[in-house]
Write a protein that binds this ligand. Structure first.
Ligand code: SAM
Length: 277
């Protein structure tokens, strides 16, 4: 009998993958965690029934959440990731020679341990000596560190459970304090097809805090609606003013210097969601 995993995006839409086998299922302190092997996308991490990352398409999300801010900043040395326990963002950050310190503030150690065990191609950077893994609520970590990071990446689950607080103005203000004077924050801000009103709300919050606020997009096959948004808040650098001819060549599959610029060109309805904020 065929086995399928279906993520229910809302009450009327879902997305299904054919499953070869289940590698692990457990209830952690915070969420239900499953790792499956799917026929097409390879191994998949699922939290509370929501697909987090797959071996086959993880590169799109992780390259775009990392390389756009890190190549916008002139000299990123210290980077904080809030969430991101699968290690995919860490793997991409380590491709930047300027980076000396990466802190991963992840609430659920079981995400880290399962990724190390079942998703080695995604979690491989977690063993690097530049990486500090802090298990605990990222909200607390941010509030306890001031003027410390060049870039903060909010690589969170959807705004449910422990991630609710990561989608609030108080949190983005706290990140502002945690950043150095020319720091940059990037947050994954969900699908414009499904979470338009949330994106609009988040955009308002960013504009209340950061002098430069720029949303950008990419296309992720396994995420709801496929078209995905990130929102960047910057104290000094404009991501669209980056000289693409000066971006060093690194090993990527999705990100290119030209795409860096192009990702800020938004479809009209997405632009309206952000501009109306
Ligand atoms: N790329 C993914 C997506 O959009 O589906 C997110 C990946 S990553 C696995 C998200 C992580 O955020 C999870 O491991 C979850 O445990 C973590 N997380 C949720 N709330 C958190 C919080 N308050 N502090 C730190 N980590 C948190």
């Amino acid at each position: 009998m065929e086995l399928w995993f279906t993520e229910h995006h809302n009450d009327s839409i879902g997305y299904s993958l054919k499953v070869n086998r289940t590698l692990n299922s457990e209830n952690t302190q915070y969420q239900k965690l499953d790792v499956i092997e799917s026929e097409f996308y390879g191994r998949v991490l699922i939290l509370d029934g929501i697909l987090q990352t797959t071996e086959k398409d993880e590169f799109v999300y992780h390259e775009m959440i990392v390389h756009v801010p890190l190549f916008t900043h002139k000299n990123p040395k210290s980077v904080l990731i809030v969430g991101g326990g699968d290690g995919g963002a860490v793997k991409e950050i380590l491709k930047h020679d300027s980076v000396e310190r990466v802190v991963l503030a992840e609430i659920d150690d079981r995400v880290v341990e399962n990724s190390k065990k079942y998703l080695p191609t995604i979690s491989c950077g977690l063993y690097d000596e530049k990486v500090e893994i802090m298990i605990g609520d990222g909200i607390n970590y941010v509030s306890e560190h001031k003027n410390e990071f060049d870039v903060v990446i909010v690589d969170s689950t959807d705004p449910i459970g422990p991630a609710v607080g990561l989608f609030t103005e108080d949190f983005y203000r706290s990140v502002y304090e945690c950043l150095k004077e020319d720091g940059i924050i990037v947050a994954q801000t969900e699908s414009p097809f499904i979470y338009g009103s949330l994106i609009n709300k988040l955009s308002k919050m960013f504009k209340n805090i950061y002098p430069i606020v720029k949303p950008y997009i990419c296309t992720i096959p396994t995420y709801p609606g496929h078209l995905w948004t990130f929102t960047m808040g910057s104290k000094k650098y404009d991501p669209e003013a980056v000289d693409v001819n000066n971006i060093p060549n690194i090993d990527t599959k999705y990100y290119t210097p030209q795409l860096h610029k192009a990702s800020f060109v938004l479809p009209k309805f997405v632009k309206e969601i952000f501009e109306e904020a």
